[in-house]
Ligand binder design. Structure first.
Ligand code: PLP
Length: 394
């Protein structure tokens, strides 16, 4: 099979020579003419039933060729037969829970998770009960009503790693969903380790340019049918323009991920040596749970890290205010560097006790390193750390 660099450039473009085009066609139709009613009826039934394609797309909530190209490319990158795209990462997670809900009403999930995933699972909004477990408790916690096991690795915002193959083994016949947003298929392919559902907030690295909100689930054909049924019925669609931009970004995915990772390793080392920084959690420093999985499960440590400021909340807030090149903003995986405060922003929806238990402290900042020149990034971060030191001394 081709490698990620090659797949990123060519996947989802197999029919270009037949079509006589060099860039993906962008199809914005909401409806499609039905001249042959029998064919239309057959197509409608197939698509509502979760088929990937039909002779006639009928209506854009049922199928869109531009979205299907991105899905096809992503499936190839993840090593699955199928992928199903949604209007956001949360729409993708909701669809997985709704599809799983037909198998059982209870899921097992490992904390920490992305704040809104935690909130969705804890809220019971979708009629699913969540039991929070540690990875080593999965095998003992499964019962006949367990529909899904949910993990996120690397985890948000602690960057702790979870051994995917070990959780898959512990889950036995119960499918495992891995939120692989932080890793991208460039750094890890959970399906090759036995995960059934690989979820991405495509808003992050896959999009990579801060201009698309999207989600995608890579999976086998059976799950794809269930997810397409949910999508057609509940309407959490990815707009074709978003899919076009995502597909356009895939050729540079490897370059972006690897360059940002190279920068991140250097910045993590310098931050760890800085007097204002108490601790840096980064897989490339070995300062996270299961860091030994870098080099095996993960091809590299990635470009996200969390660091704890000496001086707590005030110092963290000062850094957010003082950065000039980095953008103080939530989200991650963009070509530009973003810095944010998990306790005050992304993980606010997580209850205080859970925050404390997972090291989401008032002084914690999460850094998503971009592809700028590393020395320009370090100049910016070190002047912001100096600003925090001066205001602490004042
Ligand atoms: C952002 C994010 C999500 C949610 O995705 P949206 O596209 O914002 O809906 C889920 N999981 C992780 C790890 C994320 O970073």
């Amino acid at each position: 099979m081709a490698r990620p660099e090659t797949l990123g450039v060519h996947a989802g473009r197999e029919d270009f020579s037949e079509l006589g085009v060099h860039a993906p066609p962008l199809d914005l139709s909401t409806t499609y003419p039905v001249r042959d009613l029998d064919e239309g009826t057959t197509s409608f039934d197939a698509l509502v039933g979760g088929a990937a394609t039909a002779a006639n797309p009928i209506y854009a909530r049922l199928h869109n060729p531009t979205v299907a190209r991105f899905e096809n490319a992503l499936a190839q990158l993840e090593g699955t037969t199928d992928a199903v795209a949604f209007g956001s990462g949360m729409a993708a997670m909701s669809a997985c829970l709704l599809a799983a809900g037909q198998r059982g009403k209870h899921v097992l999930a490992v904390r920490p998770l992305y704040g809104t995933n935690d909130h969705l699972l804890n809220s019971g909004l979708l009629g699913i009960r969540t039991r929070w477990v540690r990875p080593e408790e999965v095998a003992g916690a499964i019962d006949t009503d367990t529909a899904l096991v949910i993990i996120e690795t690397p985890a948000n915002p602690t960057l702790d790693l979870i051994d995917i193959a070990a959780v898959v083994k512990a889950a036995g016949a119960v499918p495992v969903l891995v939120d692989s947003t932080f890793a991208t298929p460039v750094l890890q392919q959970p399906a090759t380790l036995g995960a059934t559902l690989v979820l991405h907030s495509a808003t992050k690295f896959l999009g990579g340019h801060g201009d698309v909100i999207a989600g995608v689930v890579a999976c086998n054909a059976d799950w794809a049918v269930a997810l397409r049924q949910v999508r057609a019925a509940t309407g959490g669609l990815l707009h074709p323009l978003g899919a076009y931009l995502l597909h356009r970004g895939l050729p540079t995915l490897s370059l972006r991920v690897l360059k940002a990772q190279e920068n991140a390793q250097i910045l993590a080392e310098r931050l760890a040596a800085h007097a204002m920084v108490a601790k840096v959690s980064y897989p490339g420093l070995g300062t996270v749970a299961n860091a030994h999985l870098v080099g095996t499960q993960m091809r590299g440590p990635g470009s996200l890290m969390a660091f704890e400021m000496c001086g707590g909340h005030a110092a963290a807030a000062r850094v957010m205010a003082a950065v000039k090149l980095a953008t103080p903003a939530v989200s991650l995986g963009s070509v530009d560097t973003l810095i944010q405060h998990p306790a005050g922003l992304t993980h606010r929806v997580v209850d205080a006790a859970t925050q404390a238990q997972h090291g989401i402290t008032p002084g914690l900042l999460r850094l998503s390193v971009g592809i700028e020149h590393v020395e320009d990034l370090w100049s910016d971060l070190s002047q912001a750390l100096d600003a925090a030191r001066l205001s602490a001394a004042a």
